[in-house]
Design a binder for this molecule. Structure first.
Ligand code: SAH
Length: 252
């Protein structure tokens, strides 16, 4: 099985595919509201939505239309099933596609959301691709791997700089937002529960069944070894690294 199919198989049963929490999604939403996001109805998108951890929270909390876009059909199918069990306010459209060029009209969005996914494009490239989709004054809310301190153990720096060269401090990320035509209105780091209770623990619980399904597949064993190493690294160094949530407004 190829890596994308293995990743899909490992993650499709998860409530989320990256660190986060419903409380963090609502906290980011509260920061956008404090900065002037209207009560709606709003035109919204959740890019790289996965199985919809944030989509379901937004669709419940907000009125309007919400486009949830992801590359992986199995994730969207799970989101569709989750939505069917919820009493949502917003109308959700599921879209299989590439978030580098979402089929969304220029200047259409009041709110563009993306948790744990902008790294697929790179932070700066993602901002450049997504800014034109927002109305002037429209809000962006993204979570992104962030150093919590100016210095940190070198093993941690080496791992993440190899895996994600754009990793940086919140100060550096806020500067990129400013340079790319946004006015930052809020930042907060995700706490350890967003990583451990909500993401890594459920993921670890799926390892044994995954390895049984893929017995004898070297690529599957290598994937789990990599995941275990990343989890161990996080457990050791959680005071130095997290995802930061960035909320910003499109400038003219
Ligand atoms: N927002 C979700 C998922 C984060 S994982 C959550 O917080 O749980 C990153 C997601 O981005 C995955 O679902 C992956 O399928 C999706 N993705 C990766 N590259 C993509 C691309 N080019 N276009 C659309 N989605 C992409």
């Amino acid at each position: 099985m190829d890596l994308l199919s293995l990743l899909t198989d490992l993650h499709a049963d998860g409530a989320r595919q990256g660190p986060g929490s419903p409380a963090a999604t609502l906290q980011a939403l509260a920061l956008a509201r404090a900065a002037g996001l209207s009560e709606g109805p709003l035109k919204m998108a959740d890019l790289g939505c996965g199985t919809g951890a944030s989509t379901t929270v937004l669709a419940t909390a907000l009125r309007g239309s919400l486009t949830a876009l992801d590359l992986i059909p199995a994730f969207l199918a799970r989101l569709e099933a989750n939505l069917a069990r919820l009493d949502t306010q917003a109308t959700v459209s599921l879209l299989e596609g590439d978030m580098n060029a979402p089929p969304i009209e220029a200047g259409a969005l009041d709110l563009l959301w993306s948790e744990g996914a902008i790294y697929n494009l790179g932070f700066r490239q993602g901002l450049q691709a997504w800014r034109p989709l927002l109305k002037l004054g429209g809000f962006l809310a993204v979570s992104e791997l962030t150093w919590l301190t100016a210095t940190r153990p070198s093993a941690l720096t080496a791992h993440w700089e190899a895996a994600y060269p754009e990793v940086g401090t919140a100060g550096a990320k806020l500067q990129v937002l400013e340079e790319e035509g946004f006015r930052p209105v809020g930042y907060f780091p995700l706490g350890p529960d967003s990583w451990l209770e909500n993401y890594y623990h459920p993921l670890e619980a799926r390892f044994p069944a995954f390895l049984t399904r893929h017995a004898g597949e070297a690529a599957a064993e290598a994937l789990i070894a990599e995941e275990r190493a990343e989890i161990a690294l996080y457990r050791t160094h959680q005071e130095f690294v997290s995802y930061g949530f960035y909320i910003a407004q499109r400038r003219a």
